[in-house]
Design a protein around this ligand. Structure first.
Ligand code: NAP
Ligand code: GDP
Length: 329
């Protein structure tokens, strides 16, 4: 069977992880490339998906049969707090263009990417796939959260009206090679890795934002990539699936910092800047649905994944996204 799989946001953290897995797993295996498949990893330079015409041109160029839609305006807590309107508008436009163009061009399967950040702030834990719309998201990221939640609404609407095979995935906090290591705008792991690197190199203070007490679940991008490939091939339902490690694997920001210090072999001290926001205290998500469907799946141990990320960061420091060429939002 021939299939053209278009990965939007193919140059980002998650897109590059899918590329890595598809290219390195044995051909024909569960996560490797299958005969007849062609994978395209698109960047924004091939088309700005906020723009309907450019989206149409990208789809006309590749004629995808399947789409993994990752393209988004993405950032950590501090970027989300600063640019709420832009997060809402850019992501709303991108998602509307990709979903509607997929519908108009007869894409047979579309997976979009949500996040556990989109869940209600006040809700009974653990988060599961039935609770997305049960209340308002945390105020720190309500622009991003509302735009992303609408994808689930749209998936249902397209299915009900047109029978479309559109679905979504809900990952927790992702990290790995090719991440955005910007000091201000990145998620916590890449931001702290970069800060630790500079402290070690320059002997400057290593300062961690907030109290260090909030808890998060982290998923390695190359594990997440396998889950997307599995979902593309083996899951045909509109309801989303949470992609997460177990609920018992929540770690505090302090524990994450200690792991980074160890992985970076940093001998100095660090301090917390408690004038900086903590964001949501915790958002533990259940991976029960995922495990019941996929069967046996081995997540990479956190410290091994962190070591691989550090290695990639050190080897690619000069070309990695470290904020040198930050685009203004
Ligand atoms: P990322 O590393 O920042 O990559 C973003 C990707 O989207 C890049 O390929 C970028 O292209 C593309 N993009 C951004 N704006 C675009 C536009 N206007 N038109 C076309 N392409 C555009 O992000 P990521 O971390 O891989 O995130 C992938 C998906 O996972 C997103 O949907 C995100 O919401 C979701 N997610 C991420 C996390 C996380 O912790 N990172 C957690 C949960 C969910 P260029 O390279 O050309 O800029
Ligand atoms: P979130 O999981 O969506 O909240 O996003 P982040 O990956 O940005 O993680 C935010 C948590 O890490 C908050 O508790 C922050 O206080 C804490 N944190 C500590 N230092 C940093 C930092 O340098 N950057 C970011 N993004 N978060 C930090």
């Amino acid at each position: 069977m021939s299939a053209l799989i278009l990965v939007t946001g193919g140059t980002g953290l998650v897109g590059q992880a899918i590329k890595y897995v598809i290219e390195t797993e044995p051909e024909g295996s569960r996560f490797g490339k299958k005969p007849g498949e062609k994978w395209i990893f698109a960047s924004s330079s091939e088309g700005d998906l906020r723009d309907a015409e450019q989206t149409k041109k990208l789809f006309e160029k590749y004629k995808p049969t399947h789409v993994i839609h990752l393209a988004a305006l993405v950032g950590g807590l501090f970027k989300n707090m600063k640019y709420k309107a832009t997060f809402l508008r850019d992501n709303t436009l991108i998602n509307d263009n990709v979903l509607h163009t997929s519908h108009l061009t007869g894409v047979t399967k579309l997976i979009s990417c949500l996040s556990t950040c989109v869940y209600p702030d006040k809700v009974e834990y653990p988060l599961d796939e039935t609770k997305i719309h049960l209340g308002l998201p945390h105020e720190s990221n309500f622009g991003y959260a509302h735009a992303k939640r609408m994808v689930d609404i749209a998936n249902h609407a397209y299915k009900d009206q047109f029978g479309s095979n559109f679905t979504s995935a809900i990952p927790t906090n992702v990290f790995g090679p090719h991440d955005n290591f910007d000091l201000e705008d990145a998620h916590v792991i890449p931001a702290l890795l970069h800060k630790c690197y500079l402290s070690k190199k320059n002997g400057t203070p290593f300062i961690v934002g907030g109290t260090g007490k909030p808890l998060r679940q982290f998923i390695y991008s190359r594990d997440l990539a396998k889950l997307f490939i599995w979902q593309l091939r083996e899951y045909d339902d509109v309801e989303p699936i949470i992609f997460s490690v177990g609920e018992d694997e929540e770690v505090s920001i302090k524990q994450v910092t200690d792991a980074i210090v160890k992985a970076m072999d940093f001998k100095g001290e660090y301090t917390f800047d408690t004038t900086k926001a903590d964001g949501q205290f915790r958002k533990p998500a259940s991976n029960k649905k995922l495990l019941s469907l996929i069967g046996d799946f081995q997540f990479t141990p956190f410290e091994k994944a962190l070591d691989e990320t550090v290695k990639w960061f050190l080897e690619n420091y000069d070309t990695a996204r470290t904020g040198k060429n930050r685009k203004t939002t």
